[in-house]
Design a binder for this molecule. Structure first.
Ligand SMILES: NC(=O)c1ccc[n+]([C@@H]2O[C@H](COP(=O)([O-])OP(=O)(O)OC[C@H]3O[C@@H](n4cnc5c(N)ncnc54)[C@H](OP(=O)(O)O)[C@@H]3O)[C@@H](O)[C@H]2O)c1
Length: 282
């Protein structure tokens, strides 16, 4: 293989004002901020929510469509509704569940739901929209992962694994869809102040062997989130692979992402694991 090819990033046709953009989980936090920014950029925006009739803070210019990623029938109906509105040029797979608990105590039904919502649901929705995007010959798919997908943290194993899984899908499928003008990118946010802590699902035996350390980690995790950067800052990062002619496979923002990723290239993995633990009182 030639050196030029080795260092090349696929160049893609542009997407922009007037095009259709889909943002899953557009009623709160990162998804809401991204939907608002895409409207400002001139996109026609479809935002998903589990309760389209009950959206409190409706954004002018966003069409709300029902989607429960835990329900395959809802995903099928959502994709049909989106395609009836047009062919998406942008798909931001943002919706997600934040789950915590000691590995030993995670219930099987909670694991299955998390992987359906955070991984299989996004894969399913993307598969249903890709044929139209491929026929159009252009598009951008952005998976919202988490820096924990790259830097694992104790008591977050299921969430870490779901975010690493979605990154794996995106990084591998990237090569498959590039010849059709479609970019696949993973964006990994660090700690973002969206109020997500209040919506976290937790599974722990309060009188079990892990309860004390789990509680300590969770308190620090929630404090880090409340002191995190804004959802608007993350939304601006989501826009980077959408605007770029040559979107990168991976972007990250918050929690000193540039330092963390640079450090991880030069120190042993155990050092990184220790740093992440220490940042969470473990
Ligand atoms: N906040 C952080 O510190 C942080 C850090 C790293 C990564 N992330 C990731 O960034 C993404 C957004 O996080 P956020 O903090 O903005 O969360 P958020 O404020 O809780 O918003 C989550 C969105 O997802 C939707 N949603 C939740 N469960 C769903 C389901 N089963 N099916 C379909 N939609 C569902 C919600 O919409 P409805 O309730 O209207 O259905 C809501 O709009 C998530 O993937 C999260 O894992 C967040």
């Amino acid at each position: 293989m030639g050196i030029t090819r080795l260092f090349s990033t696929p160049q893609l046709p542009p997407v922009g004002a007037g095009d259709l953009a889909v943002v899953t989980g557009a009623t709160s936090g990162i998804g809401e901020a991204t939907a608002r920014l895409l409207v400002e950029e001139g996109f026609r925006v479809v935002g998903t929510t589990r309760r389209p009739e009950g959206v409190d803070k409706r954004i002018e210019g966003v069409t709300y469509v029902g989607l429960d990623l835990g329900d395959p029938a809802s995903i099928e109906a959502c994709a049909a509704e989106i395609l009836a509105l047009g062919t998406p040029a942008v798909l931001v797979n943002n919706a997600g569940e934040s789950q915590s608990g000691p590995f030993e105590e995670l219930p099987r039904d909670a694991l299955e739901r998390l992987f359906q919502v955070n991984v299989i649901g996004h894969v399913d929705l993307t598969q249903r929209l890709l044929p139209a995007m491929r026929a159009a010959g252009r598009g951008r798919v952005v998976m919202v992962g988490s820096m924990l997908g790259s830097f694992p943290l104790g008591f977050r194993s299921s969430y870490v694994a779901s975010k690493a899984a979605i990154k794996g899908f995106a990084s591998a499928a990237r090569r498959e869809v590039a010849p059709f003008g479609i970019g696949f990118t993973t964006l990994e946010p660090g700690s973002i102040a969206t109020g997500l802590s209040a919506r976290r699902t937790t599974y722990v035996d309060e009188s079990g062997p892990y309860a004390a350390e789990f509680g300590r980690m969770l308190r620090r995790l929630n404090r880090n989130e409340s002191r995190g950067i804004s959802a608007e800052r993350v939304a601006r990062e989501v826009l980077r692979p959408i605007r770029a002619a040559r979107p990168r496979p991976h972007y990250a923002v918050g929690s000193m992402a540039p330092v963390a990723f640079a450090l991880s290239r030069v120190v042993p993995q155990q050092v990184m694991l220790n740093v992440i633990s220490a940042k969470h009182d473990l």
